[in-house]
Write a protein that binds this ligand. Structure first.
Ligand code: ASP
Ligand code: MG
Length: 404
């Protein structure tokens, strides 16, 4: 049985017209194979539902919360099925517990553990198209759970992996771009990108795919692509293994994130165990630290330690570190949230030197000061003043010739 797994995001099912347009895409695919379409809620709907739950309590019970916020996806599936059946296409909408899609026990950020593919194969004997709500599953207590914002991408990849099918993500952009076209109008669509590059781009701020969906696709070797439901004839971006990415540019893309904050602790004792006294309590507070920089003072006894974290967690982190002041032993704590992180990503960096040099050259010439640098095999990230974000992205895009 030939099966295609398609995913339609919020804007692709965001109105009656959008549902009709996406139904045409499903119809086209259904002429060649069976189709399983995983759908998001209509755009804005999940936010609306979240707001509704806050009408009575700031902290609604997680079970009720998930029941409420997962309902948008169910509506999309039912509407899509009605639309398709009206065009004489045999479609059926399913709820996640019917299949079931089993997740880990926690709410609001659960992980998919398994999908009963036999159920789906059986249903496909009788139907041309199945509609599955993304973003949710049920846990071992039979409670509905959700997968975290943007989780429908992960649902779609998980279904595709279970059915050993390819996964096509239909969204409102033509694919993955070399950088944000709002900042660099000459940004180009990338035809093929390696899982690992996409993973870096997704986690460094490019908002096309949920990071976890890319991780899952990489682990399961699921063929993944991104396309526009508004221009379905255009080939989008294929996300694949590194060997298949032939047009091996040294740098594939540049991302930025303005959701960062920086904390500096001055005159921290330079001795074993101090870092764990700093980062231990932060980890316990569920705060994800990203870049870390340490400078030793002249006399070698003290260090200044800076690190970055999500801007949303800044207040919480400051509170924790102030409470631990006497245990850690630092002189001053300084924080800033007017910073942004720029990352240059490409698997070609594994084999080509000189990327760092081009980057430093370009920023220096444009008087952009670098506060922190981190590198991995396929990525260089720098921290700069937020006001220089656009300039840095534009100049780097040019320097790495990504518009060509
Ligand atoms: N509807 C959910 C959200 O807005 C899941 C998704 O669309 O991927 O986060
Ligand atoms: Mg999304």
């Amino acid at each position: 049985m030939k099966i295609k797994v398609l995913k339609f995001g919020g804007t692709s099912v965001g109105s009656i017209e959008a549902i009709k347009r996406s139904a045409d895409i499903i119809h086209d695919w259904s002429k060649k194979s069976k189709v399983i379409a995983v759908l998001s809620a209509m755009s804005g709907e999940t936010d609306r539902l979240i707001n509704l739950t806050k009408s009575f309590s700031k902290n609604p019970n997680p079970i009720d919360f998930d029941n409420a916020i997962s309902s948008g996806e169910n509506v999309s599936c039912a509407l899509m099925s009605i639309c398709l059946n009206n065009q004489k296409i045999k479609a059926k909408s399913l709820l996640s517990w019917q299949i079931p899609i089993i997740t880990s026990s926690e709410h609001m950020k659960s992980r998919i553990l398994s999908i009963n593919k036999k159920f789906l194969y059986d249903e496909l004997e009788n139907f041309e198209v199945l509609l599955i709500p993304g973003f949710q599953g049920i846990n071992n207590k039979g409670e509905l759970t959700t997968l975290g914002r943007g989780g429908s991408d992960t649902s779609a990849v998980a279904v595709a992996a279970a059915m050993e099918s390819e996964c096509i993500i239909y969204t409102d952009v033509e694919g993955v771009f070399t950088t944000d076209p709002n900042i660099v109008p000459k940004a180009k669509k990338i035809n093929k990108i390696a899982y690992e590059e996409m993973l870096e781009l997704a986690s460094q701020g490019a908002k096309v795919l949920q990071t976890r969906s890319v991780e899952l696709a990489m682990r399961k070797n699921t063929k993944l692509s991104v396309r526009s439901s508004f221009k379905p004839k255009k080939i989008g971006t294929m996300i694949t293994d590194e060997k298949s990415v032939l047009e091996n540019n040294t740098v594939s893309g540049i991302t930025y994130s303005k959701d960062e904050a920086k904390i500096t602790l001055s005159r921290v004792q330079d001795k074993p165990g101090v870092s764990s006294k700093i980062f231990g309590p932060l980890a316990k507070g569920n705060i994800n630290v990203d870049m870390i920089l340490q400078n030793i003072s002249q006399d070698g006894k003290f260090a200044n330690l800076s690190f970055t974290l999500p801007r949303l967690d800044l207040e919480k982190a400051l509170k924790i570190l102030k409470k631990e002041k006497s245990i850690i032993g630092y002189k001053k704590i300084i924080s800033s949230n007017n910073i942004s992180k720029i990352s240059v990503v490409g698997v070609g960096m594994r084999s080509h030197a000189g990327v760092a040099q081009t980057l430093f050259d370009t920023l220096g010439k444009n008087k952009i000061n670098i506060q922190v640098i981190t590198t991995s095999e396929i990525k260089i990230s720098i921290l700069i003043h937020e006001d220089q974000t656009d300039l840095a992205v534009q100049k780097l895009h040019q320097a790495f010739k990504l518009h060509k």
